[in-house]
Design a protein around this ligand. Structure first.
Ligand SMILES: NC(=O)C1=CN([C@@H]2O[C@H](COP(=O)(O)OP(=O)(O)OC[C@H]3O[C@@H](n4cnc5c(N)ncnc54)[C@H](OP(=O)(O)O)[C@@H]3O)[C@@H](O)[C@H]2O)C=CC1
Ligand SMILES: O=C1O[C@H](COP(=O)(O)O)[C@@H](O)[C@H](O)[C@H]1O
Length: 506
């Protein structure tokens, strides 16, 4: 791998501590860092290099995926870590930084390969890029890469403005927009499932799929992030980015090659085929909710409106569910139900593909059979379950669901940030959010934001520890379905009939 200087803005912040340093340390342990690698952490805090390294060491001990037992390895890793004070708004600080980087590049005759990772509040992104350009730091004879954290904009207009400001100094292929869901192993696996399993390839279409459910449920509340969250809500925090990215990865047609260009193209096609919601459609297809007091893990927890830092009477959504339609050859007439919420019954990010019942079932047997389900667990545990039906010889040949199951060994699975940072260091942006997708996602979400802001959609409530507002259950019931909650049910409810969506040839 190429030698490089890795410049980390926001190196004293929460994300750097919990995710970025532990990820880079694990890459070091796996020998996935280049031979010549230096990370320069930046922040306004007055810290000596030794004090900063001690902070990094503590973050590794607290958050590394692998237990930190080899102190010699930690010392060797820390040798590659430096710290400089820098205020992102002060051009003169960039000149000092440039001096430090150039001195090292010249001393060791290294190529001018530079990563600029912006792990700071989004308001600072524009200033950093302008100052990188003004100071000459982004003019290199080698390569340069800009890594940007979410949120990418607050709405369609601000996202476009932000992208235009990045484009002043970086080309699209040099910009790596992190969406950590794209680094999750089972999200990366979606494409592989399809191309490596002819069985699934054949079934991956409206002829066989009854509906698709994508859920990201969390038990945590707003925690200490009310300042940010109360202005974002679930729709901006999770839906516009992580949820729509999972939808794209699942629904895209297989690219010939897994390259950034081809995957980006296929994802864009999904977004282009996503049926636009007009004002009336929003009310019929979207449910928004906010959690009230309840119990999580047997302990009482406060409602959102009572959380510290939340504006009194806040109408911010902590839950959103939506019904979407992809109007293309493969998915037309298949409803996609997507939901995400905080303070729900269980932490679970999961995709469930529910297959249609064979139409001639009743001519063969009087028994009702449970639908076939393909369940892909994205996290916290990665895994996959395929539920089929068979006659149980121990029960007089009663037809029962059986499960084919795979569970990953979590300890040995790299974290999303490890995978994504390693990809970025190799210059591979396949599993990053490309501008076209981000823009189309904002474009699709914008009518929902407008409806929320225009007060056109009721704010439902749900108790902390529940499965979300009842209105979201009705969304599926209208189509003859129900949410598959944490564990797939053993049997389909007796009265349930799977509706055949109109216009689909069985
Ligand atoms: N934390 C998380 O779980 C997640 C965060 N993100 C995103 O990551 C980014 C960082 O978040 P997080 O780490 O939580 O934020 P924090 O508030 O914890 O850290 C902010 C960092 O920015 C630095 N900073 C602030 N102002 C300046 C300035 N004027 N000049 C130089 N440095 C400055 C701070 O350093 P100092 O105080 O020393 O100046 C600190 O290192 C945000 O874009 C956030 O949305 C995305 C997903 C999850
Ligand atoms: O980006 C975010 O994701 C987390 C959930 O991530 P996960 O990997 O634990 O599923 C969410 O809690 C946070 O609000 C959001 O900003």
């Amino acid at each position: 791998m190429d030698a490089m200087t890795f410049v980390l803005f926001g190196a004293t912040g929460d994300l750097a501590k919990r995710k970025i340093f532990p990820a880079i340390y694990n890459l070091y342990v796996d020998r996935k860092l280049p031979e010549s690698f230096q990370l320069i952490g930046l922040g306004r805090r007055k810290l000596t290099e030794a004090e900063f390294r001690e902070q990094v060491a503590q973050s590794l001990r607290a958050f590394s995926r692998r237990p930190v037992t080899d102190e010699a390895a930690v010392r060797d890793f820390l040798e590659r870590i430096g710290y400089s004070e820098l205020n992102v708004n002060e051009l003169s600080d960039y000149a000092k930084l440039a001096g430090r980087i150039e001195e090292r590049e010249q001393r060791f005759t290294l190529p001018e390969n530079r990563v600029f990772y912006m792990s700071v509040a989004p308001e600072l992104f524009g200033s950093i890029v302008a100052n990188l350009q003004e100071s000459g730091l982004s003019r290199v004879s080698g390569w340069k890469r800009l890594v940007i954290e979410k949120p990418f904009g607050h709405d369609l207009e601000s996202a476009r403005a932000l992208n235009a400001s990045l484009a002043q100094a970086f080309e699209e292929k040099e910009i790596f927009r992190i969406d950590h869901y794209l680094g999750k192993p089972m999200v990366q696996n979606l494409e592989v499932f399809e191309y490596s399993n002819p069985v699934l390839q054949a079934l991956w279409r409206n002829r066989y799929v009854a509906n698709v459910q994508i859920t990201a449920a969390e038990t945590v509340g707003v925690e200490s992030r009310a300042g940010y969250y109360d202005h974002s809500g679930a729709v901006r925090d999770m839906f516009q980015n992580h949820m729509l990215q999972m939808l794209m990865m699942l629904a895209m047609q297989l690219p010939k090659h897994s390259t950034a260009e081809e995957v980006g193209f296929k994802k864009r096609k999904v977004m282009e085929a996503l049926r636009t919601l007009n004002r009336e459609d929003v009310a019929a297809n979207v449910v928004r909710g906010q959690y009230t007091a309840g119990h999580i893990g047997g302990k009482p927890v406060a409602g959102y409106a009572e959380e510290p830092g939340v504006n009194p009477g806040s109408t911010t959504d902590t839950y959103i569910a939506a019904r979407l339609w992809i109007d293309d050859y493969f998915w037309s007439e298949v409803p996609f139900y997507i939901r995400t919420g905080k303070r729900m019954a269980a932490k679970s990010t999961r995709i469930v593909i529910e297959f249609k019942d064979p139409s001639d079932k009743f001519s063969r047997t009087n028994e009702t059979t449970a639908p076939n389900l393909l369940t892909i667990d994205i996290g916290p545990e990665a895994g996959m379950t395929f539920r089929l039906n068979m006659k149980n010889p121990l029960k007089n040949g009663k037809i029962e669901p059986v499960q084919i199951q795979f569970d990953a060994d979590e300890k040995n699975v790299p974290e999303a940030y490890e995978t994504l940072i390693a990809d970025m260091m190799r210059g591979d942006s396949t599993f990053f959010a490309h501008w076209d997708e981000v823009e189309l996602a904002w474009q699709w979400v914008q009518p929902i934001l407008n409806a929320f802001e225009g007060g056109e959609l009721p704010l439902h409530t749900y108790s902390a520890g529940s499965n979300g507002p009842e209105a979201a259950d009705r969304l599926l019931e209208q189509d003859g379905f129900h949410w598959w909650h944490d564990e797939p049910q053993e049997e389909a409810p007796a009265e349930r009939k799977l509706a055949e969506p109109a216009g689909v040839q069985a």
